[in-house]
Design a protein around this ligand. Sequence first.
Ligand code: GLN
Length: 192
Amino acid sequence: MKKIGVLALQGDFAAHEKALARLGVASVEIRETKQFNDIDGLIIPGGESTVMLKLLRADQLMEPLRAFIKVKPVFGTCAGAILLAKTVTGPAQESLGVMDMDVERNAYGRQRESQITEIDLEPVSASHTGANKMEAVFIRAPIIRTIGPGVKVLARYQGNPVLVQQGHHMAATFHPELTNDLRVHKSFIEML
Ligand code: GLN
């Protein structure tokens, strides 16, 4: 049985654990270096990427996290996606740089800071799941502005990628842990 860690320094990690539980998958809250040895994959939740970075540095978790990401699958949602990106703007900040994409933080602007909407699944994921739309919650979300050739787009919103995959890593700019649709978590688990 695969065990998934959820980085639990800050943000909505509890909602991810509930989503995993609904899929019958065991999860563990990650707060210490030694815990990385016990998990097969990691979810970095939404929250505030600046705060998460501060806590990662304060708890000396940056290097263990970088080492883990090299060998095991990681799924970042919203702030987690920002942490996985190669470059971050709006403003610029440090990131783990494992996914070849540039993201702009809080990029939807004040008018539409947060919303529940429908995103378009790319044909490859739509044929896999049997529907080409999915409900998605965006909360002060980033926009993925550019992606490298190794990055596969799984879903878009207004033409911009919102769910992407590169090798064994995934990133979503929305919050799949806040809707009842478990397809995104399921596809991450299938990658393990
Ligand atoms: N705006 C947040 C950030 O820049 C991300 C918001 C979220 O995770 N819902 O880190």
